[in-house]
Design a protein around this ligand. Structure first.
Ligand SMILES: NC(=O)c1ccc[n+]([C@@H]2O[C@H](COP(=O)([O-])OP(=O)(O)OC[C@H]3O[C@@H](n4cnc5c(N)ncnc54)[C@H](O)[C@@H]3O)[C@@H](O)[C@H]2O)c1
Length: 262
């Protein structure tokens, strides 16, 4: 890592949801490694506190904070953003990363399962953006990064609600981006669309199918014929959080080994 790259997001104050593991933890580590202060939340309080502690240990100083948050709760959003604002002395990056999946077509999914996934994957992104925007506007240039998915573009009969939720995140991100630009505020908003990365959300495939069959199925539609790694997504988030991407807004950044092209 060069001297310059160590400061790509120096001075940035980032809030990351779903940061107890997987992509959220990797994004938090990447931003902290490159100079940002990071505030991590997750429904898994023990997990998210452990990630923040390990970042502080790695950096050798206090650059990470953690708090419990269920992203579906509107009042908690307001409280935890105020906590982050106070801890870091502002907010300039919001990463809406927390997300869940559910298998099933529309005939088999119950309305309750549908609402659960839409609540975490879509409603929570709306709430996060809604309550973070006033803070982000105070710390321009600022950035919102919403973690969508390859599933926003590619349908799977078993992913009906996941497909729908991730397409909604992409559309919402573009709407916010254009709204901010129209208001002449320097808050950019982009979505990232990963293909399969081996985290908690895809682990059930490996449990159900076994290592070889899961790998075969998951990489079938990927020209690069391999899964992604958490840092492949974290590097994209670092670029979008930094001022290097200052003319990039309303973009759908695909981190998918070429999968959305075929
Ligand atoms: N791993 C992949 O293959 C992949 C591909 C495309 C998109 N994504 C998206 O990336 C994001 C991160 O997923 P991941 O792969 O790291 O999976 P993960 O399951 O490892 O992480 C998701 C995190 O979100 C947290 N979470 C779940 N519900 C929550 C709630 N209501 N409130 C707060 N936190 C909650 C979980 O505790 C967990 O720590 C998700 O939005 C997911 O849809 C993942």
């Amino acid at each position: 890592m060069t001297e310059i790259s160590a400061h790509r997001v120096a001075g940035k104050k980032a809030f990351i949801t779903g940061a107890a593991g997987g992509l959220g933890a990797a994004i938090a580590r990447m931003l902290a490694r490159h100079g940002a202060l990071v505030f991590l939340t997750d429904i898994d309080e023990g997990g998210v506190r452990a990630v923040a502690a390990s970042i502080n240990a790695e950096r050798g100083c206090n650059v990470a904070w953690a708090a419990p948050q269920n992203v579906r709760e509107e009042e908690r959003w307001q409280a935890v953003l105020a906590e982050a604002d106070a801890a870091m002395g502002g907010l300039s990056v919001l990463v809406n990363n927390a997300g869940i999946g559910a298998l099933g077509g529309v005939e088999s999914l119950t309305p309750k399962e549908w609402a659960r996934v839409m609540g975490v994957n879509v409603d929570a992104v709306y709430l996060g953006c809604k309550y973070a925007l006033p803070l982000l506007k105070q710390h321009q240039p600022a950035a919102i990064i919403n973690i969508s998915s390859l599933a926003a573009f590619k349908a799977d009969p078993d992913y009906s609600v996941y497909n729908t939720s991730k397409a909604a995140v992409a559309a919402l991100s573009k709407s916010i981006a254009v709204d901010c630009a129209r208001q002449r505020v320097d808050v950019r908003c982009n979505s990232i669309h990963p293909a399969f990365i081996r985290t908690g959300i895809v682990e059930p495939f490996f449990e159900q199918l076994g290592e070889q069959e899961a790998l075969r199925k998951l990489t079938r539609g990927i020209p690069m014929k391999r899964l992604g790694e958490v840092d492949d997504v974290a590097w994209a988030a670092l670029y979008l959080a930094s001022d290097e991407s200052r003319y990039v807004t309303a973009a759908e950044i695909r981190v998918d080994g070429g999968a959305s092209a075929v």
